[in-house]
Design a protein around this ligand. Sequence first.
Ligand SMILES: CC(C)(COP(=O)(O)OP(=O)(O)OC[C@H]1O[C@@H](n2cnc3c(N)ncnc32)[C@H](O)[C@@H]1OP(=O)(O)O)[C@@H](O)C(=O)NCCC(=O)NCCS
Length: 301
Amino acid sequence: MNTIQFIEDHIPAVAKLCRQALEKDIMPDFLLTEKTVLDPDFDSKLTYIVKSDQGDVIAFIMGVVRDRGNEKIGYIKLFCVHENFRRNGIGRKLYNLIESEFKGRGIKKVRLFESWPNYYQPGIDPFYTEAVCFFERMKFVRNGDTSNLTADLSASDFDTSAEEKELQKQQIEINRASHNEFENTMAYIDKFFPAWRGEVSAAFKNSPVSLHIAKLDGEIRAFSAHEVNNIGTGWFGPMGTDPVFRGKGVGGILLKRCLKDMKEAGFAKAIIPWVGPIPFYMHYCNSKVSRVFWKYEKILE
Ligand SMILES: CC(C)(COP(=O)(O)OP(=O)(O)OC[C@H]1O[C@@H](n2cnc3c(N)ncnc32)[C@H](O)[C@@H]1OP(=O)(O)O)[C@@H](O)C(=O)NCCC(=O)NCCS
């Protein structure tokens, strides 16, 4: 067996391994490309494959370090071992390789999968029970949970014109953001929702821009985005409304505008990840919990 640094040429073989090992998830080659080499923090010293003696890719691990302002956090972003090769210490060896690299860089905290803004899933799905056992053995401590919702896009046309007319009477205008609103929008996000800078800025790379904004007297007060992470898979969000602006129905309209875009793009379902206000989403689009994730952290000594 041979452990080597991952490079872009490995994508087809690694995506195939992920599809075999992560049976609850999808991993087309384009998605693995987005998760790996298109991540601005992609780091080949934190991303490895293992090849069998026959030359097949049998394991993959990707770590990433994110700068969170006052600290740097290490994430295990993707990880799998082919089922025929499990319980042989391959996972442990790969994890230890990444952990010692994290330690060498002074990282004090490691989290699993939730490596926003570019992340695959917001935690470990306990359906992958081997992963739960593995990471608990590696001394990770469970510290919360979250869920993804799924909305059926065939159930409605998501038309919001009547509600928008009502809001216009209160000087509230809702529109798709245009490319020349980038600076203005990012200034608003930096002020109220700084954690979403990466995802919101990605919406401006899409054409049309996959971001809708609500303005009062010309000032941005709320937004919703889609197709900014796991692009091409029907991933909604993020969205946010200024606290003083809540309760006016603006969030519902912004949500539906994104869902309408996604439906028109051909998606049958929208995934609303890492929630959050389940009743809000259920109210506006009858979305239901489709996945549950456990969140884990390890403090490095
Ligand atoms: C999680 C995974 C990567 C572990 O890889 P692995 O090579 O089998 O792990 P190791 O052999 O190094 O296991 C190390 C320790 O983890 C624990 N562990 C791993 N698999 C386990 C299992 N099925 N049951 C109980 N404990 C387990 C054990 O303590 C093990 O040590 P031991 O064998 O000496 O008892 C592998 O099971 C996998 O690819 N699962 C599917 C993909 C996945 O779930 N990825 C994470 C997505 S959320």
